[in-house]
Design a protein around this ligand. Sequence first.
Ligand code: ADP
Ligand code: MG
Length: 317
Amino acid sequence: MAKKQRIVIALGGNALSNTLPEQMAAVKITACAIVDLIEEGCEVVVAHGNGPQVGMVNNAMLALAHEDLKQPNTPLSVCVAMSQAYIGYDLQNALREELLNRKIKDIPVATMITQVRVDPDDPAFKNPSKPIGRFMDQEQAKEMAARYDYIMKEDAGHGYRRVVASPKPQEIIEMGTIRTMVDSGHLVIACGGGGIPVVRQGNHLQGASAVIDKDFASCLLARELDADFLIILTAVEKAAVNFGTPAVRWLDNISVSQARRYIEEGHFAPGSMLPKVQAAIEFAESKPGRKALITLLQKAKEGIQGTTGTCISLGHV
Ligand code: ADP
Ligand code: MG
């Protein structure tokens, strides 16, 4: 029997949606897409983002600190951990149900609370760029900055938001456990929200005030698991050049060097499509035969069959 294709899936915001009831509904659709791939004979590992959820947890914990002065404000690393557990719970529950509905009874589902080491000297710490949480007016923003040491930035005329650092993932601390679970046939959810950012201090891992990009964390996870495929599932069927203009051209199969040229030409927006294409390139060139695909959640199955999505590979050399 041929070896199963090992696939790491990175789920984007539309796989989880924005509120508690929305997420519970969204994960059912997400679970269908994932179990479709399992039925196709793939070995699947799931990673996911946490943008709205970590903002929500952060706001809830902030409200607690306002209400009860004995409670200090919650570190962002703890908010990421809470979002991992909450999203993991919903996904785990929906995946189990979908597997059972399709009479697949031999694949246990588990979420691994995952810490990811970052470099304290990562330049991202000096230039926080990732907005989280709700919008505020200038006065509220000033108060938050003074009270909690938050860095607040104006966001495209909509008001002020907290911005946090988004350093590159260096090492997945729980990698050994994740590998053991995957190798023994479990369906594992790991590196949620990019992983809980930590820095090493001797034997101690200290939580860092940051949110790691889930596309880069998924790439590292896929490399460490020696996956064949990294699939980034998002809100568009393909990446495009001249996106948002009448000259838009959707991309099918492209080589790493073509993808690099499109990055240089500025076709992919920072914070959304750019990290996906960068992660795809990094994975595709990490070992011959590895491929990365960017496509719509609902098109995952067609994507691995090669009929849609943007596929990035080393190409002909
Ligand atoms: P996710 O939550 O899945 O990470 P993002 O919103 O961060 O999703 O990124 C996907 C979005 O990137 C798309 O919905 C699209 O609006 C935007 N985008 C920016 N540049 C491009 C491009 N060149 N081609 C396709 N989509 C792009
Ligand atoms: Mg994103």
